[in-house]
Ligand binder design. Structure first.
Ligand code: CIR
Length: 253
């Protein structure tokens, strides 16, 4: 059974880092209700939900995807380019090791956020961003190449993370909102989506994706391709430059 690692939002969510967006009013109660709904969408599909210890002192701690990336039987613990976020990894690491997955950490001078790592088949695209640097990408390459993964660096300037710029459908088609993508030709396939918040999907299984409720035309586009599309409201996290991927780490069997 697939497992999902999540961390409930801090009451201080509104104080998190912002890079490309203006600060907007965030409702912490609504954020918690939306987080519950997000987690329930996985539960309803048979995912086992593992809660990482709350870290209320870390405003961005809910964006657990940034703290660790799982590659089959190996977890890589990130080291954010935002120093305010580095304290989030200890609890994430403990949860991953408790789940039976050995972990190794990115080391200085490397910086890496999990939001910059997009896996498609055995290819790992890594965004070079304000959060993720070449030193970390070289460390990833050293860890992953012997395990049969190909690491491909992708410059990202228009959004915070690679996965706020592009994600992929179950068949590997890369999707993105054109304004948010530096170079669609960096990927073997590219499908433009009509809405900003349609850029991010989480693959639940070969036929099903989960995405923000705030991209109805994109949801219809995916349905027309034969996918089942579940939507969930994440407005309070989108205001903080989060998206549907960053609220969890997926542990797939
Ligand atoms: C940050 O700037 O770090 C947070 N406010 C948002 C992180 C979103 N993470 C993600 O998309 N993977």
């Amino acid at each position: 059974m697939p497992r999902l690692l999540v961390r409930r939002p801090s009451p201080r969510l509104a104080e998190g880092e912002l890079t490309h967006l203006e600060r907007a009013q965030v409702d912490p109660d609504l954020a918690l209700a939306q987080w519950d709904q997000y987690v329930d969408a996985f539960r309803a599909r048979g995912w086992d939900v593992l809660e990482v210890d709350p870290a209320d002192e870390h405003a961005d701690g809910v964006f657990i995807e940034d703290a660790a990336i799982v590659f089959g039987d190996l977890a890589v613990i990130a080291r954010s380019g935002a120093p305010s976020r580095r304290g989030e990894t200890a609890t994430a690491r403990a949860a991953i090791e408790a789940a039976g997955i050995p972990a190794v950490a990115i080391e200085e001078p490397g910086t890496l956020d999990g939001g910059d790592v997009l896996k498609i088949g055995r290819t790992v695209y890594v965004g070079q961003t304000l959060r993720t640097n070449a030193a970390a990408i070289a460390q990833l390459q050293g860890l992953l190449a012997p395990r049969g993964w190909e690491v491909v660096a992708v410059p990202v300037t228009r959004r915070l993370h690679l996965k706020s710029s592009v994600t992929a459908l179950p068949d590997g088609t890369v999707i993105g909102y054109p304004d948010a993508v530096d170079d669609p030709a960096a990927f073997p396939t590219f499908l433009a989506v009509p809405e900003e918040h349609g850029t991010a999907v989480v693959v639940l299984d070969e036929r099903t994706v989960l995405m923000s409720s705030d991209a109805p035309e994109t949801a219809d586009l995916f349905r027309a391709r034969g996918l089942e599309v579940l939507t969930t409201p994440i407005t309070e996290f989108e205001k903080q430059e989060g998206c549907v991927t960053c609220l969890s780490v997926r542990l797939r069997d």
